[in-house]
Design a protein around this ligand. Structure first.
Ligand code: F0G
Length: 466
C-alpha cells in the first residue's frame, strides 16, 4: 500500500498536505513570511524491482497497462505513485530517450574510452527533457480537475506544456519574455494552440507573474506548470531511472547537468535518495551542476560563498544578500545558453539538498566554451542545444581540474534538441552575425566551424569542390 502526501522541505516546519491540494509553496511557512518548497513523499510498503520495469519496456505495452508501460516515466510508476488510478495518468509517450556511449567525444575531453555517456533528452516528443516533468504535473492537474494550465518559459517549457495541454484538452497559457526567444520553440507553442502572452520583461519577471496569478488569484483557476510545482520533479526523476536501466542498474560515478531553474538537479538528488532508502541501490553518484558564467547564482552561492544545505538549515541570509546585490547593481543574466539564463532559480534550496545527497560540485562556463562543446557534441554525437552542452564543457573542466578521474563513468544530461537554437549553431559555423544586437558577442568562427561552400551552378565546379 502507498500513501502519498506533500511535505514542506524545511525541517523546522515539515507540515504535510494531501496530494489533492494545490500549493506551490508551504502555506504554513507563508503565514510566517517564509517561502519554503514542497516535496512529494510516500509511505510505502509495496516491493518493487528493477526487473518489473525492464519487463514492461521489453513487452512495449503489449501486456498490462499499454501506454503506461511504454512511457519512459510511467513504467517506473511505483517510484512516483501519487495518482489514485492509472486512468488519471496523462501520457504522450514521453521518455523514450537514448543513452549514447560517446567514445570519440570521451577522448576529446580527457576521459577514457567507454567512460562518457550522453543522455539525449532532446529526443522527447516536444524536443526537451520537460516532457518527463509535464506528464507528471498534467496527471496531477487532471487529478485535481484543473482546466487551465500556465507556465513562464524561455522556450522548452512552453512547447512541452502546449503539447500536453492540447493532447489532454486543457487550456494552455504560456508567458514568454520580450528578449531572446527561440523561434522554433515559440512556433511549437503557437502551433499547439496555447494562448501566448509576451511580457515586457525576462524569464524571472514572467515566472514572478505567473506564480502570483496561480497563488494569489486562485479564483482564476490557473494551475502552475513550472518546476516549482513538486509534481513536475517527480516525473523528472525518471531520467535517472532510465540511465540506470540502460547501464544494467550500474550506478555511474558522476551525473553532470546544466543548471538554470535547478529543477533537474533537485529531482535527481531526490531520485537517488529514494532509491537508496528503498534498498534498490547501495551508492549514489556524485553530481556536477554546470551554470553559464552569465547566469551563475548557484555557482556564486555554493562554490564561492560556501552556502550548504546543512540538513535544511542553509544560510538564507546569504541568499538574500546575493539577490540584494544583484538588485543594487542592476544585474541581468546574459548567456548564449538561453534556457539557463535565469537569475533567481526557484529550486535553489532543493538544489542545495541534492548537492548534499550526491556530494556535488558546481562550476560555471563561459559562452565561447559552451559553443565549442556544443559543436563537439554535434561532431561526435547527435547534437544538442547550447544549454545542454554546458554539461559536456563542465565535464571537460572537471577532468582538467582532476576532480573527475579519467577512469570514472560520467553521464552528461543533454537536456534539449539541437534544432532549438539553430541561429547559434549557424553563427558558430559561418561567423555570420545574428541580427539581434542584444545577443552576446561570439567568436566569428569556432574551432570546429564547418561553413557551407559557395559553388557555381556548374558540374565541373561542383566536382572540383568535392
Ligand atoms: N536545459 C534546457 C534545454 C532547458 O530548457 C532548461 C530550462 C534547463 C536546461 C534548465 O533546467 O531548471 O532543471 O535547471 N528551461 C526553462 C524553459 C527555463 O522555460 O524552457 P533546470
Amino acid at each position: 500500500m502507498t500513501i502519498a502526501f506533500q511535505q514542506c522541505i524545511d525541517p523546522d516546519c515539515g507540515a504535510t498536505y494531501g496530494v489533492d491540494e494545490v500549493h506551490v509553496s508551504c502555506p504554513r511557512c507563508a503565514e510566517h513570511d517564509r517561502v519554503s518548497l514542497l516535496d512529494i513523499r510516500y509511505d510505502q510498503t509495496d516491493d518493487v524491482s528493477f526487473e518489473t520495469f525492464e519487463r514492461r519496456w521489453m513487452t512495449k505495452g503489449d501486456e498490462g497497462d499499454g501506454a503506461l508501460d511504454f512511457s519512459g516515466v510511467w513504467r517506473f510508476r511505483e517510484l512516483l505513485p501519487f495518482y489514485e488510478s492509472t486512468d488519471q495518468v496523462v501520457t504522450i509517450g514521453e521518455g523514450r530517450t537514448n543513452l549514447q556511449d560517446a567514445r570519440r567525444l570521451a577522448g576529446e575531453i580527457g576521459l577514457g574510452r567507454g567512460r562518457l555517456f550522453l543522455q539525449y533528452e532532446g529526443l522527447n516528443p516536444s524536443g526537451s527533457f520537460k516532457d518527463n516533468g509535464m506528464t507528471a504535473a498534467f496527471t496531477h492537474a487532471r487529478l485535481i480537475g484543473a482546466k487551465r494550465v500556465a507556465c513562464a518559459s524561455t522556450g522548452n517549457t512552453s512547447a512541452s506544456l502546449a503539447m500536453f495541454a492540447s493532447l489532454s484538452e486543457m487550456r494552455g497559457i504560456v508567458f514568454i519574455g520580450s528578449g531572446k526567444i527561440a523561434l522554433g520553440k515559440l512556433s511549437q507553442a503557437l502551433d499547439y494552440g496555447a494562448r501566448t502572452l509576451q511580457i515586457q520583461g525576462d524569464f524571472d519577471d514572467c515566472l514572478r507573474h505567473v506564480h502570483q496569478i496561480a497563488t494569489e488569484r486562485r479564483e482564476l483557476g490557473i494551475y502552475l506548470m513550472n518546476s516549482v510545482n513538486p509534481f513536475r520533479l517527480e516525473g523528472q526523476k525518471a531520467i535517472m531511472y532510465r540511465i540506470l536501466e540502460a547501464r544494467d542498474w550500474n550506478v555511474p560515478d558522476w551525473i553532470v547537468v546544466p543548471g538554470g531553474n535547478l529543477g533537474n538537479c533537485s529531482a535527481f538528488g531526490k531520485a537517488f535518495l529514494e532509491l537508496r532508502e528503498r534498498g534498490l541501490i547501495d551508492r549514489v553518484p556524485r553530481l556536477a551542476v554546470i551554470q553559464a558564467s552569465g547566469a551563475n547564482p548557484l555557482y556564486e552561492l555554493y562554490t564561492k560563498r560556501h552556502v550548504r544545505w546543512n540538513d535544511g538549515r542553509y544560510d538564507r541570509d546569504a541568499v538574500d544578500r546575493l539577490y540584494a546585490e544583484m538588485d543594487d547593481s542592476g544585474y541581468k543574466p546574459h548567456t548564449v545558453a538561453s534556457a539557463i539564463e535565469i537569475a533567481r532559480p526557484v529550486n535553489l534550496p532543493k538544489a542545495l539538498r541534492a548537492l548534499q545527497i550526491m556530494d556535488g560540485v558546481v562550476r560555471e562556463i563561459d559562452d565561447d566554451t559552451i559553443l565549442e562543446h556544443k559543436a563537439m557534441v554535434g561532431r561526435f554525437g547527435f547534437g544538442c542545444e547550447p544549454a545542454s552542452a554546458a554539461s559536456v564543457a563542465g565535464t571537460h573542466l572537471l577532468v582538467e581540474e582532476g576532480v573527475i578521474g579519467a577512469g570514472e563513468d560520467v553521464v552528461c544530461i543533454l537536456t534539449g534538441h539541437e534544432l532549438k537554437d539553430p541561429d547559434a549553431t549557424v553563427q558558430y559555423h559561418t561567423g555570420i552575425e545574428k541580427p539581434d544586437p542584444q545577443a552576446p558577442a561570439l567568436p566569428p568562427e569556432g574551432r570546429l566551424a564547418n561553413p557551407p561552400m559557395p559553388v557555381a551552378d556548374d558540374l565541373e565546379a561542383i566536382i572540383a569542390a568535392l
